[in-house]
Design a binder for this molecule. Sequence first.
Ligand SMILES: *Cc1c(COP(=O)(O)O)cnc(C)c1O
Length: 435
Amino acid sequence: MTMTTKRSEELFEEAKKYIPGGVNSPVRAFKAVGTVPRFASRGRGNRLTDVDGNEYIDFVSSWGPLIFGHASPNIVNDVEKALKLGTSFGAPTENETVLARMICECVPSVETVRLVNSGTEACMTAIRLARGHTGRDKILKFDGCYHGHADSLLVAAGSGLATFSTPSSKGVPKSLAALTISSPYNDRESLREIFEREGEEIACVIVEPVAGNMGVVLPEPGFLETIRELTSKYGALFVCDEVITGFRLGIGGAQAMFGVTPDLTVLGKVIGGGLPLAAFGGKREIMEELSPLGGVYQAGTLSGNPLAVAAGISAIERLRTEKGAFGRINRVTKDWCAGLERLSKEKGLKTTVNHIGSMSTLFFAEGPVRDFASARKSDTALYAKYFRLMLERGIYLPPSQFEACFTSTGFMLLDGEELIHEVAEEVFDILKNEI
Ligand SMILES: *Cc1c(COP(=O)(O)O)cnc(C)c1O
């Protein structure tokens, strides 16, 4: 390959002197795929350019936020206008209400909403609110789901039948992790057993309605409904983490698509239009337990930041008015996945392609992939090889088997779909000879 990565290599070395591991979020280091991270210099539509001048078709989309691709002119314009008026006031602004109203209109289970800076912060606070509201300490999450890096949520399933979890990071107190119950995704029976045993101690169940952080895993029929049923029956809250799915699977998110009504919803990524913004909201009576009205504390110096809010309004406004947007990005994903399935069959590679809307994952596993245990059967070394071969040919995929590919409307503006399929064919031919 002729692609040079000299400048990225230099910048990575320099970064490592001042930033742990050279990155501000671990997955960016490309550790799992054994190649130098590409330092980005600019983006436009679905194209990302690195500091060596290489151009890539971008399936990472900044890990989800960029549903309109890079440097979407409308968003850039609206942020520019806001920028000139002041970058932060620490006082309420009219646009915060505009964005909050839009969210409430689009996601009917959200009656009131609070804006924060990151999905981590939003999930952490949603859990505190659930604990405050119910007066209970335990929470339940599903293996392989990610809800940001707050202490209570950085846990892994215990071994065997033990339902209590152990910290998945150093620095998380065992006593705190013990309050988080882990259950396999899509396993309704296990969930029922847990609730029968200790349902009255559980403050909330938090779930990714479509999992995106173990690779894409779809909820099986009845799974989300069972969460709703059991949480209602036992007086726990249903917290739907739509940080990825919100405004990506449709204007009403996964909850509209699957017809479930959670008590609290967490949003992030797409609602910030590429700027740091997240939110959590839900039933008014629950949300009004937040300070200053109630006793559950939450605050943020830059919460509801005017630039992020301007970007968020711009993004949601466009999603609401541009009727074809979802159809188009979904079709790009469907074509891409159909191509991968066809190639797998032709070349005799054992893969499973999970996709929904504009989210997809090619698992190097026989499948079906329906939970974390089945996702983990993937051949991650083969994924790493696939990743590197695609990258060298100008296709930028997530540098881990356990992440989702996202398409953006950038794919409408700039072609390249045929190129993607041609490159994939060439790469699959190489992989075929590896196994
Ligand atoms: C990305 C993500 C988060 C965390 O959001 P950050 O803004 O990275 O803190 C939480 N939940 C889900 C489902 C996510 O994908």
